[in-house]
Design a protein around this ligand. Structure first.
Ligand code: ADP
Ligand code: MG
Length: 385
């Protein structure tokens, strides 16, 4: 359960001894399809989760920023607003780096006290990091009357995560966390930044999007993610295109013959086929098709991430395979990979069966138990009224 406004305000005054100026929230997200396409100009189709990072904040008279997190109760981290990358490391960088990114973009801010309290599972591939960045950026915008819209704040939060924290993410996480609408998938063209809110009426169809958190943490700062980005860049250069987005599915076979390195070729094949899968899912949902038809496309996406992009894990594969065997219409790992969460599209009546199947497989294989919840498309960042 997310904290209520009253509880958040009390948490703040217990820590800082005075009342806050406001309470802001920004959600985590789950990506339905479109993985590792957001740094080559491609398409993504995530949705916001009901789980949010809540930020309670007040302006200060001086130029210091102090941040506490209910999930890191031992720490209180403080810095001047003139901080630069490297000054703060660890979890607090996700919040304090927003001050740096805003100032780097030319905005005037002052000091502030911040308390974070998040229900987004941390390190589960559900973007607890963007939830912090987007909630803190929203708080600064309102506290200091900055002339910034949703996508501007998303860009600030991405700059924070890329350059202050040092995590080379694309723009998907921050964009959906800022701009999502309840009941909708968030279709983003990461080249033009065109957004389409695509209705996703799971409920009406008797469907549940089950999130299976493998509770194996992914780590974006280690080599796996960086080497995938490198391969995407290498493929782009070898094919002499502005971005892999420019390689159409109909040109894929010809393109692959021009790439000697089989690993780079496989990475390119994932990205190009993944963009086509996003477009296909959007086409189906726009046309009012039964969302069950999306299932096989999700499963194809998983195979591509497992075999061509090679970022799945035994736990993710087991979650996907068990869910499918227990009747899911489709399933895939979601998020950056190397751990984190999987999703399965299942009949709401079959949710318990699918959970039991995954839990059974995990027990058999000696994996630690997975956690489950159903994802309902929720709202993007906002101030609590
Ligand atoms: P994800 O975004 O998939 O959850 P990341 O590795 O990108 O995983 O971000 C997780 C990191 O974000 C944590 O290691 C921690 O540093 C920080 N973080 C997320 N939520 C909180 C929180 N509520 N309090 C403190 N730090 C947090
Ligand atoms: Mg993250």
């Amino acid at each position: 359960m997310n904290v209520t406004k009253a509880v958040a305000e009390k948490e703040f005054s217990d820590i800082f001894g005075h009342a806050p100026d406001g309470v802001w929230v920004a959600p985590g997200r789950v990506n339905l399809i479109g993985e590792h396409t957001d740094y080559s100009g491609g398409f993504v189709l995530p949705m916001a989760l009901p789980q949010v990072c809540t930020v309670t904040a007040a302006k200060r008279d001086d130029d210091r920023i102090t941040v506490c997190s209910r999930q890191r109760p031992e720490d209180r981290v403080s810095a001047g607003i003139d901080l630069v990358p490297g000054d703060v490391t660890g979890w607090a960088a996700y919040a304090l780096g927003i001050a740096w990114a805003l100032r780097a973009a030319g905005h005037r801010i002052g000091g502030a006290d911040l308390v974070l309290d998040s229900t987004v599972p941390i390190g589960a591939g559900l973007s607890s990091s963007a939830a912090i960045g987007c909630s803190v950026a929203s708080a600064f915008r309102d506290l200091f009357d900055l002339p910034l819209e949703g996508l501007d704040l998303a860009a600030v939060a991405r700059t924070c995560e890329n350059e202050f924290v040092g995590a080379p993410t694309g723009v998907m996480d921050q964009a959906v966390s800022m701009m999502a609408q309840p009941g909708h998938l968030f279709f983003l063209d990461t080249r033009s930044m065109r957004i389409e809110q695509v209705p996703f009426a799971l409920d009406q169809a008797g469907l549940t999007l089950l999130v299976i958190d493998t509770r194996t943490a992914h780590e974006l700062n280690d080599g796996g993610y960086g080497s995938r980005r490198q391969a995407v860049e290498d493929g782009t250069r070898l094919l002499d295109v502005p971005a892999l987005r420019d390689v159409g599915i109909q040109d894929l076979d010809a393109a692959l013959t021009r790439i000697g390195d089989t690993t780079v070729a496989a990475r390119v094949r994932h990205v190009v086929t993944e963009n086509a899968r996003v477009e296909e899912v959007v086409r189906l949902l726009r046309s009012g098709a039964d969302p069950r038809e999306v299932g096989p496309i999700l499963s194809a996406g998983h195979r591509s991430l497992r075999d061509d992009f090679e970022i799945s894990t035994p736990e993710l594969d087991a979650a996907v395979e068990s869910a499918e065997a227990a009747g899911a219409f489709g399933a895939r790992m979601t998020g950056g990979g190397f751990g984190g969460s999987a999703i399965a599209l299942v009949d709401t009546d079959a949710v318990d069966e699918v959970k039991a199947a995954v839990a059974g497989t995990y027990a058999e294989r000696g994996f630690q138990p997975a956690a489950f919840f159903s994802a309902v498309p929720a709202a993007g960042a906002h101030r609590l009224p």
